[in-house]
Design a protein around this ligand. Sequence first.
Ligand code: ADP
Ligand code: MG
Length: 291
Amino acid sequence: ATPMSVIVGVGKAAEYGALIRQGDALQTAGKLDLVILDKTGTITEGHPAVTHVHALGSDDSRLLALAGGLERHSEHPLAEAIVNRADDDNIALEKVTDFEALNGKGVQGQLDGQTLRLGNRRWLEGEGVDLASLDEAAESITRDAGTPLFLALDDKALGVIGVADAIKPDSEAAIRRLHDAGLRVMMVTGDVRATAEAIARKTNIDDIRAEVLPEDKADIVEEMRRKGYRVAMVGDGINDAPALAAADVGFAIGTGTDVAIESAAITLMRGSLHGVADAIEISRATVRNIH
Ligand code: ADP
Ligand code: MG
């Protein structure tokens, strides 16, 4: 039979907005010693906005018309930021055909028989685009914890757009509670290291894994479990679902995607990282009551 104290604990957690969907998660939560956090939508709000536009040899409106022409076909949060900015500035989006989204890389399409690409440095450089003339602009974007998105037509760099996502106001305090409870805190992100470092500095995160492809997040969870950690994974995206399922306890952000919620043992209805610390504290109190 389920001990009374577990029922009480599950109820208590629900009062804090932590819905426990898998029965044993409440008992396991108190034994966790590593929390792996997704960045976008988990540590940050998940509603990025354009902060920098830097065009080479054309104007900023032209850059946004081209970038927006690609991103209007994408559902990525970065895409929304770019399309919203173009809308706000009353910029008519360019017509791009043969749209394709490439996981962890960016988006591409055809324009007048040429390939237009918007995405990260690693991908564009791999496609033979020289981005050296955008180094300085990109550094000022990452210094502000933003993500630089490079635009190129065939192998010609056209410019860089900086998109930044605000850190949730309570992420830093929640991470402090996790540290006080004796846990290590790691961030995994598809973003570049410089951006991840800027966010880690502001929130006191211990370790970073950057430029992680979506399909590799679960491998990191498994690697840390093999090293002996009891691992919590916290995420909101479709990308995070396998990692949430691989963790000792998966926590899905309640405003996140259904796939993430279904893959996680606990749903954080308030969308705050405090819910992780709450669940751990309630678990420890519950387990004390059982013994
Ligand atoms: P995360 O959600 O962890 O930031 P993603 O795997 O969704 O990671 O994206 C990783 C990187 O791939 C982004 O930081 C960006 O550089 C690039 N990228 C992904 N989707 C897009 C997009 N729609 N437009 C531009 N760049 C993108
Ligand atoms: Mg996310």
